[in-house]
Write a protein that binds this ligand. Structure first.
Ligand SMILES: *Cc1c(COP(=O)(O)O)cnc(C)c1O
Length: 353
């Protein structure tokens, strides 16, 4: 690969090298955002974003229906997570439940665009403005979602560029921000807090993405649109093939252009031929690996389960969603024929009961 030769010749293997700078620029353009700082992964990007917003103590309201890294970042930053319930349709934080969870100790909101489906950013941002709160969006699922302004909402948004996401650098992450001053602050936090050769002015971390990974990102980015079209075709095939099955609820329809088709979460409800977990097992026996994202809820993990806001009766919608949801296979390179096999297997389960 010529890119690799150029990389080796340059002798700059990390620390904001040429590939890194090119990828930051290319992503700003591609995502239509003003500024973006790359990180070594999404979790460190979340930590750096919390530090850049000067969030060091107090409560942060967040969703239990996400990947565990969302809440772990709060704990690593010394913040207290407060769980609020989700909207039963979008599965994102319900702004009314967030409003009810605000206390004098609340400092910020950490919502997640779950499965790449946009949060009600207008309501959440307005709520935060009214109460003087910061808003950090976990946009780990939302790369390429074209809803206007989505990645400019709140104070900062964080992406994950992990191999399981729709665009990746094997491991990687990014923080999206509005201006050059915030980008500088993120760059300093990313590099141990160094402001210049001799000055360290914050408790920074090593959050740098290396040149090899940045070059991989540059090679992958031009393929995003074709991959997305392929995912859209699989999404459409699933919708057509599973529409008539009793007890199986499809994900809400989305504008195919704005969506990134990162996940295909169906809900297995009363009236389906078997339980969600039985369906998971039966598909697995046929080599079809589905995922029960996000079961268990983050609030059920032992380090959070004792929090008052973690009690299941406080989180009825999230609790129900975690019991019902099953993400069907949807990955780069998957064909409509692959999805037909999954559809056939699910239909066979409904016939046999
Ligand atoms: C993947 C993911 C993360 C963590 O990102 P990494 O790059 O794996 O550290 C955080 N939040 C959500 C919602 C994720 O799906």
């Amino acid at each position: 690969m010529p890119a690799l030769e150029a990389l080796w010749e340059s002798r700059q293997l990390t620390n904001n090298g040429p590939f890194h700078q090119q990828l930051e620029q290319a992503l700003c353009q591609f995502l239509d955002v003003p500024e973006l700082a790359l990180f070594c992964n999404g979790t460190i990007a979340l930590l750096a974003a919390l530090r850049a917003l000067d969030l060091e103590e107090g409560e942060v309201i967040t969703t239990p229906f996400s990947f565990v890294a969302t809440t772990h970042a709060l704990r690593w930053a010394g913040l207290t997570p407060v769980f609020a319930d989700i909207d039963p349709v979008t599965l994102n934080l319900d702004p009314e439940r967030v409003a009810a969870a605000i206390t004098p100790r609340t400092r910020a909101l950490l919502p997640v665009h779950v499965y790449g489906r946009p949060c009600d950013t207008a309501a959440l941002d307005a709520l935060a403005a009214r109460h003087g709160l910061k808003v950090l969006y976990d946009a780990a699922h939302a790369f390429g979602v074209r809803t206007p302004g989505l990645l400019r909402a709140g104070d900062l948004s964080v992406l994950s560029l992990h191999a399981t996401k729709v665009f990746h650098t094997f491991e990687g992450g990014a923080v999206i921000c509005r201006d050059a001053a915030m980008k500088r602050r993120l760059q300093q936090i990313r590099n141990f807090g160094f402001v210049d050769e001799l000055t360290v002015d914050s408790v920074g971390i090593n959050g740098k993405l290396n040149e090899l990974q940045a070059a991989i990102g540059l090679l992958q980015l031009p393929r995003y649109d074709a991959n997305n079209q392929q995912r859209a075709a699989v999404d459409a095939a699933y919708r057509a093939g599973l529409a008539a099955l009793p007890g199986l609820a499809l994900p809400p329809g989305t504008d195919p252009l704005s969506h990134n088709h990162s996940y295909f979460p169906v809900r297995i409800q009363a009236g389906f031929a078997c339980s969600r977990d039985a369906l998971y097992e039966r598909l697995k026996l046929q080599g079809i690996l589905t995922r029960r994202y996000f079961h268990p809820l983050i609030s059920r993990f032992p380090m959070y389960a004792e929090l008052p806001s973690a009690q299941p009766d406080h989180l009825p919608m999230a609790t129900q969603a975690a019991q019902e949801v099953l993400c069907l296979p949807l990955f780069a390179g998957m064909s409509v024929a692959d999805s037909a096999r999954v559809i056939d297997a699910i239909q066979a389960v409904t016939r046999s009961g």
